[in-house]
Write a protein that binds this ligand. Sequence first.
Ligand SMILES: Cc1cc2nc3c(=O)[nH]c(=O)nc-3n(C[C@H](O)[C@H](O)[C@H](O)COP(=O)(O)OP(=O)(O)OC[C@H]3O[C@@H](n4cnc5c(N)ncnc54)[C@H](O)[C@@H]3O)c2cc1C
Length: 251
Amino acid sequence: MATEKHFKYVVLGGGVSGGYAAREFVKQGAQPGELAIISKEAVAPYERPALSKAYLFPQNPARLPGFHVCVGSGGERLLPEWYSEKGIELILNTEIVKADLASKTLTSAAGATFTYEILLIATGSSVIKLSDFGTQGADSNNILYLREVDDADKLYAAIQAKKGGKAVVVGGGYIGLELSAVLKMNNLDVTMVFPEPWCMPRLFTAEIAAFYESYYTNKGVKIVKGTVAVGFDADANGDVTAVKLKDGSVL
Ligand SMILES: Cc1cc2nc3c(=O)[nH]c(=O)nc-3n(C[C@H](O)[C@H](O)[C@H](O)COP(=O)(O)OP(=O)(O)OC[C@H]3O[C@@H](n4cnc5c(N)ncnc54)[C@H](O)[C@@H]3O)c2cc1C
């Protein structure tokens, strides 16, 4: 039977903001039973930035519970027990599919309802997938994305399975750069591809980008700029084997 629960405060989203908000609610005197955090993820809030860095290190990779919030800012690490000690209900594995703001009611995919007095929406953002644009072959195996710990586990498994193999990183922003570095640390042969004239164009000037690009090139990362991935080839098992670029070249 569908359950219904009521809280004074509900934080929707158990990511970085959700975790830091919980700490602040306690500082501000929220009482046991008043606050719930509802999250689609299976684990208590963690420092998401670790996923493209120490989580993928070849030696001693970071793992939960090592990087729950708020260690990223040098604060106390909030383990799942912290939430229960403070009387905060951590409702995990729960996707909210409907928010009726007039009746202050949230409904989960499983049909549970949660009512609240004050709602803080901290659902972050989600990955843009190439398959969303209908890019040919984008559903092939070993085309991976990185947002949540589950994605990082898949990536880690692929790195282990493809030791010494070739990786193409599509995207030249923060995460593309960090992933290229960590893939290289894992001894993969790495090529980055991105459409802009230089990496991180929203933040870097051409000069700063040139410094980083030459650093990466010296480490053996190949950089292909000014073009995008328009399709993927796969073998008989459905595993990706080639990335086709708009300029006609193939990686
Ligand atoms: C790989 C990676 C590396 C990064 N590195 C850095 C870095 O070095 N420095 C930096 O400043 N930033 C970095 N970022 C960005 C940073 O992680 C985000 O800015 C931050 O996580 C945003 O916090 P948030 O709480 O708004 O969203 P998130 O941390 O994304 O949390 C959103 C939460 O809401 C949940 N959710 C979403 N929809 C629903 C729903 N309908 N029902 C229930 N739950 C839902 C999600 O599952 C998730 O748990 C990185 C991001 C990634 C992905």
